[in-house]
Design a binder for this molecule. Structure first.
Ligand code: FAD
Length: 422
């Protein structure tokens, strides 16, 4: 069963956008993810991998540029439509969603820079790409620094003792980058570009960060091997290495760490909102599986759905989908434009939706019994994927800490500041 009905108040346009995204999620994403997740990481990125067909189709339909405005060649969707599309794609495969989202990272960097040269050089070509040949990734975490990169408000965050692995130094008209990013950079094995967070002012610890767009074919760039994960196995990830990599000065579009907090807020607001929408789709997928299964399976002389305790579980699952959807759509309304950024809403949506998706996947396995533990049925994959989502883009615990910091540092917000700016 495809559960699409609690969408009152959607316009005909919204409904058309939703149906198209659902068709893609059902006909392309789910079968591709199923194939990919059974392959080795090397096979996932090999020349004959189904990954390439997926990317080509996604780019042809414009699903790589869901968040981009029409002015730069984006889909030009309303914030609500963006959330609707991302929920549908998340229903198809969260791993492939992360792949697509990561693919636009460097182009989003160009958009955030508001530098016309970077827009021309990176953002517009990415949006106009229809064959999947331009693919970004987001390099922020490092082998020794995962949650540390989100340590806003902690005294250590600004400590000069906190040395990043990846650092950049200005040299005339260029920046020179050295160091490494963690093995978890999504889409890195197949990426052509990177939106790179790199330390530019070591005296300020992880507060001394700049941001650059780095084409990964530059001399000195190399990649690690893709590796196996418990969940989202269809997603490819690997380390990135930088050995005296030289970029023109304007590629370091955030070259003053004073502006890093504002930049990081926008990144958190945007990326956490997208993961919340994907997780909503995952929570819904788990609900749908359980809802359908309990109408077929007979135990105790009657269909599972006739047992009151089962109905209660199903209703809790339904309620979680509604809660995820409300939070993620609200976060999209507030945060789908570049300014202003309200990260606390996106963090609330991400942490809640990913936890609820995990709980729904758990409950789906409860309803399926032993069948739920087999690869024959979807809940087994959803459960593994949902666990990975609790770590992706910051662990729940770390993000809640950042959210708490944001509340105390920025509230009360000035009256009227919550009005969207476009
Ligand atoms: C599916 C997926 C996709 C990802 N994609 C990307 C990507 O595209 N680019 C990228 O750069 N990274 C990516 N990551 C990495 C991700 O952002 C990190 O894994 C995450 O931020 C946590 O860092 P860590 O794994 O190093 O854990 P750690 O930071 O080592 O944390 C380990 C545990 O300690 C807790 N902890 C950490 N610090 C503190 C503290 N100060 N106080 C109390 N508890 C603490 C954490 O909550 C966690 O439970 C991805 C990860 C996953 C799973």
């Amino acid at each position: 069963m495809d559960y699409l009905d609690s969408n009152l108040g959607l316009s005909d346009d919204d409904l058309a956008v939703r149906e198209a995204a659902h068709k893609f999620a059902k006909e392309i994403m789910r079968p591709t993810a199923k194939k990919l997740e059974q392959m080795t990481p090397e096979k996932v990125i090999a020349e004959d991998s189904p990954l390439w067909h997926f990317l080509k189709k996604a780019y042809e339909l414009g699903y790589h540029k869901v968040l981009f405005p029409e002015e730069v060649g984006g889909m030009g969707l309303t914030p609500l439509q963006q959330a609707i599309v991302m929920e549908e794609l998340g229903w198809g495969s969260n791993g492939l969603c992360i792949q697509l989202g990561a693919a636009g990272s460097h182009a989003l960097g160009g958009l955030m820079s508001m530098n016309p040269t970077l827009l021309e050089e990176f953002t517009i070509p990415f949006c106009n790409c229809t064959d999947g040949s331009i693919r970004g990734c987001w390099g922020v975490t490092e082998p020794d620094h995962g949650s540390d990169t989100l340590g806003f408000g902690d005294p250590f965050f600004e400590s000069s003792q906190l040395r990043a692995s990846c650092r950049a130094k200005r040299d005339g008209d260029e920046w020179v980058i050295n160091g490494q990013k963690s093995a978890w950079v999504s889409g890195a094995p197949v990426a052509t570009h990177c939106l790179l967070h790199t330390q530019i002012d070591p005296s300020r610890g992880f507060a001394g960060i700049g941001a650059a767009i780095v084409p990964l074919d530059l001399p000195g760039c190399s990649k690690g091997k893709p590796h196996e994960m418990l969940g989202m196995r269809e997603l490819n990830q690997c380390e990135l290495y930088f050995d005296d990599v030289r970029i023109p000065a304007h590629y370091m579009f955030l070259d003053n760490a004073d502006y890093y907090p504002a930049f990081a807020n926008q990144i958190l607001a945007g990326f956490n909102m997208t993961v919340a929408c994907y997780a909503t789709g995952m929570a819904r997928a788990a609900f749908e599986e359980a809802f359908s299964y309990c109408q077929q399976r007979v135990q105790g002389g009657q269909l599972l759905k006739e047992h009151r305790s089962i109905r209660q579980i199903i209703f809790k699952m339904f309620s979680r989908v509604e809660a995820c959807r409300a939070l993620s759509r609200n976060a999209a309304l507030l945060n789908s434009s570049i300014v202003p950024a309200f990260p606390e809403y996106s963090i609330a949506a991400k942490t809640t939706a990913t936890e609820m998706a995990f709980q729904n996947a758990y409950d789906a396995i409860t309803i399926f019994g032993a069948n739920g533990l087999t690869k024959e049925y979807l809940p087994e994959k959803l459960f593994r994927d949902a666990r990975a989502n609790l770590v992706c883009d910051g662990t729940t615990e770390t993000l809640q800490k950042v959210g708490g910091y944001t509340l105390f540092e920025t509230y009360p917000r000035p009256r009227g500041s919550m009005q969207r700016m476009r």
